[in-house]
Ligand binder design. Structure first.
Ligand code: KG4
Ligand code: ZN
Length: 409
């Protein structure tokens, strides 16, 4: 089946067209169109995502991205169409809070044929409320005009599904799900979340631990900012840390570096809770004490921070695996793109003799994207969750809190 997928939960506006086939443990996904616009640079001045700016940017970019995704998928057929007056009125009501979206959408809908799509998968939560609503109302509008059913997707289920697929070496846009043995334990680490999620089967999720304050991604971004790396600084911080490690492997530590070991908050508590705000504050004081940072110092601090986070995560992952005895461990979310963490995770399992298979997302699927939303949408469809009529209230399914979601407890 052909699925149009829409993701607007944070500062990435993304639309994909995927062709999905196969069974729930061996599904295949061919990405036919994938248009993604990252607003990161626009938010950089604020040092984080500014919700009303995110909403405005989504409203501006959704239609151009839709056009690109349909074109790439070869299902953009120019054709003059006149929208019936009552349809236009309905769209107007639906999109009244999404500045400019009504006009650009009506212009596009009046100039193309209904594309051959079987469903529209859209992230309904969790995320930034104003940002989510743009995507939801956009999906409802398309579903209404084209009479295509909607599949509401939980953003974290998207991240979880993304770690179960592998890309074909010869056809990088073709992904195959590798069979997953249940129960699974996932650790989703992103800008908005840091959660251990236990699942006895697809679609049944229980949050069994997580951060009490900042998410891992937030900690990376805040520390990156202290080191003058623009938002979102996770990947940039990791690059600095890598520079330190390769230099340090051959040369002694720069003599005037203020050596320090950062705290590993909550690393040895008996629960699966985590905390990162104290770690960020420790870096803040450290940087303040040093005064002017040289490049080698920034690299050293980045490496020390990345080590502290990795040590905490690995210790808690061991604990989580010991308690919940999963058959598969899945790492997902934006921070799962971190190469150092991935490498140490595999080393850690092997060193500790943990025989649980580990899965991490294929390249490009760690950070927010619409492909993972389409994939999760297909699995939801295979679970026989009834499609929603585009008229129905998508968010009646729950609001942005994970513990209130129908399938997340
Ligand atoms: O999953 P995601 O795209 O958005 C949310 O759902 O929140 O995650 C974004 C987060 C940002 O905090 C970003 O700095 C972080 O993922 N990130 C990384 C890396 N790549 C992205 N953090 C550490 N190392 C990376 N390589
Ligand atoms: Zn995300």
């Amino acid at each position: 089946m052909k699925i149009l997928a829409i993701e607007t939960s944070c500062d990435e506006t993304a639309i994909s067209v995927i062709e999905a086939s196969g069974t729930i443990d061996a599904a295949q996904f061919s990405v036919r169109g994938n248009a993604l616009y990252s607003q990161a640079q626009k938010h950089a001045a604020y040092g984080g995502v500014y919700p009303s700016l995110a909403k405005r940017e989504h409203a501006t970019n959704l239609v151009p991205l839709l056009t690109t995704a349909l074109r790439d998928a070869g299902i953009y057929f120019p054709h003059h169409t006149t929208l019936p007056e009552d349809t236009a009125t309905h769209l107007h009501t639906l999109l009244q809070r999404e500045e400019g979206l009504y006009d650009s959408l009506v212009r596009t809908l009046s100039s193309i044929e209904r594309p051959p799509l079987d469903a529209i998968a859209v992230t309904y939560g969790p995320g930034l409320e104003p940002a989510l609503w743009v995507g939801i109302n956009f999906a409802r509008a398309l579903g209404y005009v084209w009479d295509i059913p909607l599949i509401p997707v939980h953003h974290l289920e998207g991240h979880i599904v993304a770690s179960t697929v592998v890309a074909d070496q010869n056809h990088p846009t073709l992904y195959t799900m590798t069979p997953v043995s249940f129960p699974t334990l996932s650790l989703v680490i992103s800008g908005g979340h840091t959660e251990f999620i236990y699942a006895p089967s697809w679609g049944t999720y229980t949050v069994v631990g997580g951060t009490r304050d900042d998410s891992v991604g937030e900690a990376f971004d805040k520390v990156a900012r202290l080191l003058d790396i623009p938002y979102p600084g996770g990947a940039g911080l990791s690059t600095l840390a890598h520079k330190y490690r390769i230099t340090h492997a051959t040369k002694p530590v720069t003599p005037n570096l203020v050596k320090k070991t950062l705290p590993r908050p909550m690393m040895h508590t008996n629960d699966l809770d985590l905390s990162f705000s104290g770690l960020k504050t420790a870096v803040l004081y450290w940087v303040r004490d040093i005064g002017t940072l040289t490049d080698p110092m920034r690299q050293y601090i980045a490496a020390e921070f990345e080590d502290a986070v990795t040590d905490v995560l690995l210790t808690k992952i061991s604990k989580a695996v010991h308690i919940h005895k999963p058959q598969t461990f899945l790492l997902g979310g934006g921070v799962s793109a971190n190469t150092y963490l991935r490498t140490r995770l595999f080393q850690h399992f092997s060193h500790e003799g943990i025989e649980v298979p580990v899965r991490v997302p294929a390249e490009g699927l760690s950070t927010d994207n619409a492909i993972m939303i389409g994939m999760a949408g297909y699995l939801i469809h295979l679970r026989d969750v009834p499609f929603l009529n585009p008229q129905d209230e998508l968010r009646a399914q729950g609001n942005a809190r994970i513990d209130e979601q129908p399938s997340f407890r």
